[in-house]
Design a protein around this ligand. Structure first.
Ligand code: 5GP
Ligand code: ZN
Length: 110
């Protein structure tokens, strides 16, 4: 399910600026910021501005957006000084997802 904005959603609040973040990138569709509890030397999240709950909620209409998230990973990783990196999308409670607004983790530097 996707909506423009979800009042209960922490990443929607980061997108709107209501909650501060260490932002590294922003355009009309996407924002990227450092994870508040990093699991690697460099750990940032690439997040669509549109509230989409998870990868499992994505439909054909999200295809371009999903491609954009993926294509940004190497670009932003390079800007963060990473020669290589890991990507991760936790999906669903049993998949380790804690924040139900789609996001791509990028980790590296260890
Ligand atoms: P998930 O398990 O849903 O894939 O990961 C959610 C991630 O969001 C976690 O790594 C967590 O540290 C991060 N996170 C949760 N709340 C905030 C926040 O308010 N600010 C930032 N920058 N990251 C957050
Ligand atoms: Zn949201």
């Amino acid at each position: 399910m996707s909506t423009q904005y979800n009042n209960e959603c922490i990443f929607c609040k980061i997108v709107s600026g209501a909650i501060p973040s260490k932002k590294i990138y922003e355009d009309e569709d996407v924002i990227a910021f450092h994870d508040i509890n990093p699991s690697a030397k460099v750990h940032f999240l690439i997040v669509p501005k549109l509230h989409v709950e998870s990868l499992a909620s994505c439909e054909a209409e999200h295809q371009v957006l999903l491609g954009k998230l993926l294509l940004l990973a190497p670009k932003l990783a390079k800007e963060q000084g990473l020669a290589g990196f890991k990507t991760l999308i936790n999906t669903g409670r049993e998949g380790g997802q804690l924040v139900f607004h789609l996001h791509l983790h990028v980790l590296g530097g260890n």
